[in-house]
Design a binder for this molecule. Structure first.
Ligand code: HEM
Length: 471
């Protein structure tokens, strides 16, 4: 290798491959700029031009490596020993160089399965897989109950929107895509009746990171700890009870943290997937609508997650030892953030995605890759597919109320989704009532609270307020 020593002590491989500069010495540029908010793809391309597949960036005052290359992303994701998670592996943090008030601290310092490394991780992940299985295995009654519940929740929300009139305008994000997964999360968590609704509203406040986010987080964690205590005493057919059965050593705090993780992932990411899929169907070619009526919702969703992954940047991993990646040597303990959004735009991946083909590739990274990929892919896809399916069945017309390029997006260091989804709708006329002697359709009456309970719930009052506002 031909090397040249730069004035600042850096060592560059003149064959065009390696720069041995330390992360901090590269004075990385802030990632989360106005440009990133509005056109993240341009930011990724600029970084790729300048640095190649791995770029130094500044994340709200903390330097990190962003992995933009598809091949490099796979290398990191598939090698959990070489690139473990776990904040204890972060050199700058151990040396006290991560500010105590770093804005990302609160979300990363909650030590649950998504963030955790070390010996505790494996048994926890195994327990997650076991606890999710009943909801994801189509042979299990729980999976059918879940589907029936999602259908019923979607119908409830659509009926509520319809109270604003048979035709009208609605914000499908606030009135459908966001509440639907929250209601599903409440079902998974086994909150009795609508009792979880206040907690769900608090989850919303936490995700929106407004001024009331901090007290909301405290209340939410307290409610989840109470729920955990109830499930410990009286296990039910729900996720917390299944997780405890698979991992009896979890204490109440640990269980509450895992429930928080489930609530966050379900409500935010699934909501984004629902909204993005709706936009794709409404604004896409006739083929997309046709494929929906041909029952190819899953295929449409696969395209959507590939083009617009809800989780754009993954939580950090750390180099176990000095390791070359892209044009740089990543030092042991340096944080590395894999960007699925940037990796999907890498020409190596993008040029191999057949644009015209009816079946899109599954080689994308939207659900992660390697041993730490998403354990809830089936569940999340089912919820989104059932929800989107009901929308297009119950509305005979759905059109965007804004040009697609003017829809407002919200970005965080981790996710990207629509802030609102204004649509003009027309409800389809209701199907005729079944004859009285027809067998009753399967309804999840044990999971859908009776209407009077709904009226009293804070989530419902909020949603009802949105209808009036929309008129
Ligand atoms: C559209 C919805 C979702 C998307 C796009 C998504 C995507 C992902 C991705 C990309 C990862 C890997 C992150 C990494 O490697 O750092 C992940 C991990 C994970 N997801 Fe999901 N997810 C979704 C929904 C859910 C839901 C609903 C749950 C829970 C019910 C869930 C539970 C998890 C867990 C526990 C992990 C951590 C796995 C581990 O580290 O071993 N996800 N998800």
């Amino acid at each position: 290798m031909t090397e040249s020593h730069l004035g600042d002590g850096r060592c560059v491989d003149l064959d065009g491959t390696r720069d041995d500069a330390r992360l901090e010495a590269l004075s990385p540029q802030p990632l989360l700029t106005r440009d990133y908010e509005t056109r993240p793809s341009l930011v990724y391309e600029r970084l790729r031009q300048q640095h190649g597949p791995v770029a130094p960036v500044d994340l709200l005052g903390v330097p990190a490596w962003l992995v933009l290359g598809y091949r490099e992303a796979l290398r990191v994701l598939q090698d959990d020993d070489g690139w473990p998670k776990g904040l204890e592996n972060w050199r700058a943090r151990s040396e006290g160089r991560v500010p105590a008030d770093w804005p990302l601290g609160p979300s990363l310092e909650v030590n649950h399965v998504l963030i955790q490394g070390g010996p505790g991780y494996r048994p926890l992940r195994t327990a997650w897989d076991a606890a999710l299985k009943p909801f994801q295995d189509p042979r299990n009654a729980q999976a059918n109950r879940l589907k029936a519940a999602v259908t019923a929740y979607a119908d409830e929300l659509i009926t509520l929107i319809g109270q604003g009139g048979g035709t009208g305008v609605a914000d499908l994000s606030a009135q459908f895509s966001r509440p639907l997964p929250l209601m599903v999360a409440s079902h998974l968590l086994g909150f009795p009746g609508s009792q979880g609704d206040d907690a769900l509203m608090d989850m919303w406040r936490v995700l929106d990171a407004g001024p009331d986010a901090e007290p909301a987080l405290e209340r939410l964690l307290a409610t989840l700890a109470e729920l955990a205590a109830v499930k410990l005493k009286e296990p039910g057919d729900d996720f917390p009870s299944y997780l405890l059965a698979a991992h009896p050593d979890l204490n109440l705090d640990e269980l509450a943290r895992e429930l928080f993780m489930l609530l966050g992932m379900t409500s935010d990411h699934v909501g984004i997937l629902v909204s993005n899929t709706v936009v794709e169907v409404i604004s896409g070619s006739g083929d997309v609508r046709a494929s929906l009526s041909a029952g190819m919702v899953r295929e449409t969703m696969n395209r959507v997650v590939m083009r617009k992954p809800p989780l754009v940047n993954f939580v950090p991993r750390f180099a176990a030892k000095d390791t070359p990646l892209g044009r740089y040597t990543i030092r042991a303990g340096d944080p590395v953030w894999v960007s699925s959004a940037a990796a999907h735009a890498d020409p190596l991946f993008a040029n191999h995605v057949a644009q015209g083909s009816t079946i899109s590739t599954r080689a994308h990274l939207s659900w992660g890759a390697g041993p730490r990929q998403c354990p809830a892919r089936e569940l999340a896809s089912t919820v989104a597919a059932v929800g989107v399916g009901r929308l297009f069945e119950r509305f005979s017309h759905l059109d965007l109320a804004l040009p697609v390029d003017q829809l407002p997006w919200r970005s965080s260091p981790f996710m990207r989704g629509l802030r609102s989804l204004p649509v003009r709708y027309e409800l389809a006329s209701l199907p005729a009532q079944p004859p009285v002697d027809a067998p009753a359709p399967e309804t999840p009456d044990t999971v859908v609270p009776d209407p009077s309970v709904r009226q009293r719930s804070s989530l419902w009052r909020y949603l009802t307020g949105l209808i009036r506002a929309g008129r």
